[in-house]
Design a protein around this ligand. Structure first.
Ligand SMILES: Cc1ncc(COP(=O)(O)O)c(C=O)c1O
Length: 438
């Protein structure tokens, strides 16, 4: 393999990256297979983050590559406004079969951020269609991440993702996050904290429950570093939403497709939202694609309110239901089913969480959290926020492990195809780096 190890980096403005630092010390991948990455110099790294929580079935799956190649050579692109490719219906039907019962109408988009903004618009359209056009406010949560489009930026609960963009955001009220001191080093769902959902009731008292369109939450807050919902919390949110006629949206962009041990966190926690957003592992990360799913009743309300032959929902993307993404998605769902990967996640979880919680006494670890095949490692803070996260992420890369840090939290979420030995090898690198005294 001939690779240019240090290309001219001036022209690509990298996302969520300190570009200047990166140019000095680039960390690049040139190849991936299974649970491994290779740098352009040929150095091997284990992937403890499934890429960016996308590649649940492992990297460079030939089944997906073949399906994509076949589709590209047959129908490379098809518009989906007033036209369609049959493969989009096939994919939606397949997806509906693994979604929670009764959530079986699927709208395709291109990224998690697009799915979130689509879901916000769907909720507004639903309320307008059902005579509640005054419901224009949204509720989300501190520490939440819902992508970076305008709706998602408004829902965002992390200061750096909002501060520079004030003025473009829409009407969102934030609830408190669900972490509290007494939960430190809790494995699985914390016993305490369900009452934090009552903040939604307070928000209804302040603003009027009948002004709120929807509540958006990640069932497990992923990007902030895996914050698992307290027992009873999601159920309570559901009950308060029902009481006030507010729609509940689960943003399952990370938790979807087996991460929790069930297809969706909604099934795992037995709480049914009105709308689910998903992306990432939808195509195993191979081709950008996302989706928003809801019920037939929700869809019917919007359809029935539409007059004449106009589109029922004035929304969509050039790349909605892209046929190549649908082909990648079908091949991905086949892998999940053929290899039983959601069940595998469930059975691997004990070993995974045992290994993660074995890091408890290391000097750089201040909290551990985890559920299914996702975990959060809270690092001992340095002099400034994010300082420990930054050096740990770099040190792990140098020692052969790819992990994602958000501030001072690591999100450790290996592919569902990982073996116990893969996990042990990843954790051995974590032991080495997090054991350092600084
Ligand atoms: C819960 C959640 N929603 C939305 C997004 C945005 O997805 P994308 O980066 O594909 O736009 C993410 C990305 O990490 C996410 O974790």
């Amino acid at each position: 393999m001939t690779v240019q190890t240090k290309p001219n980096m001036a022209h690509h403005w990298m996302p969520f990256t300190n570009n200047r630092l990166f140019h000095e010390e680039p960390q690049m991948f040139a190849k991936a297979k299974g649970v491994k990455y290779w740098t352009p110099e040929g150095r091997e790294l284990l992937d403890g983050a499934s890429g960016l929580f996308c590649c649940a079935a492992g990297h460079s799956r030939p089944e997906i590559a073949d399906a994509v190649h076949r589709q590209l050579s047959t129908l490379d692109y098809s518009p989906h406004f007033q036209r369609a490719a049959p493969i989009s219906f096939e994919f939606a039907e397949k997806l509906a079969a693994i979604l929670p019962d009764g959530i079986d109408r699927v709208f395709f988009a291109g990224s998690g951020s697009e799915a979130v903004d689509t879901a916000m618009k769907m909720c507004l359209a639903y309320h307008r269609a059902t005579g509640n056009a005054q419901r224009t406010k949204f509720v989300s949560r501190a520490w939440g991440y819902h992508g970076v489009n305008l709706g998602g930026t408004s829902l965002a609960g992390m200061v750096n993702n909002r501060r520079d963009f004030a003025g473009i955001t829409c009407d969102v009220v934030h609830m408190r996050h669900t972490w509290s001191e007494e939960q430190r080093f809790t494995r699985g769902q914390p016993e305490t904290g369900a009452n934090l959902a009552d903040e939604l009731e307070e928000i209804c008292k302040t603003y009027g429950g009948d002004t709120i369109a929807a509540v958006f939450v990640e069932p497990i807050a992923g990007s902030i570093g895996t914050i698992v919902p307290p027992k009873g919390y999601l159920e309570r949110l559901r009950a308060i939403c029902d009481k006030h006629g507010i729609l509940l949206v689960f943003d399952e962009v990370i938790t979807g497709f087996g991460r929790t041990g069930s297809a969706f966190a909604s099934q795992e926690f037995a709480v049914k939202p009105d709308v689910i957003t998903m992306a990432k592992a939808l195509t195993n990360g191979a081709i950008p694609m996302s989706a928003v799913a809801t019920s037939a009743e929700f869809q019917a309300a919007i359809f029935e309110a539409a007059k004449g032959d106009r589109p029922e929902f004035f929304h969509g993307y050039t790349y909605s239901a892209h046929p190549v993404a649908c082909a990648a998605g079908i091949a991905t769902l086949d892998i999940y089913a053929n290899e039983g990967l959601f069940d595998r996640a469930k059975s691997l979880s004990d070993h995974f969480l045992d290994a993660v919680f074995g890091l408890r006494n290391l000097p750089q670890v201040s909290d551990l959290r985890g559920y299914g095949m996702m975990s959060g490692i809270q690092l001992t803070p340095g002099k400034t926020p994010g300082e420990t996260g930054s050096w740990v992420q770099r040190a792990l890369f140098d020692e052969g492990l790819h992990l994602k840090a958000t501030g001072d939290a690591l999100i450790f979420a290996p592919a569902l195809v990982s073996t116990e030995q893969d996990i042990n090898d990843m954790v051995a690198i974590l032991q080495k780096v997090l054991g350092r005294q600084i």
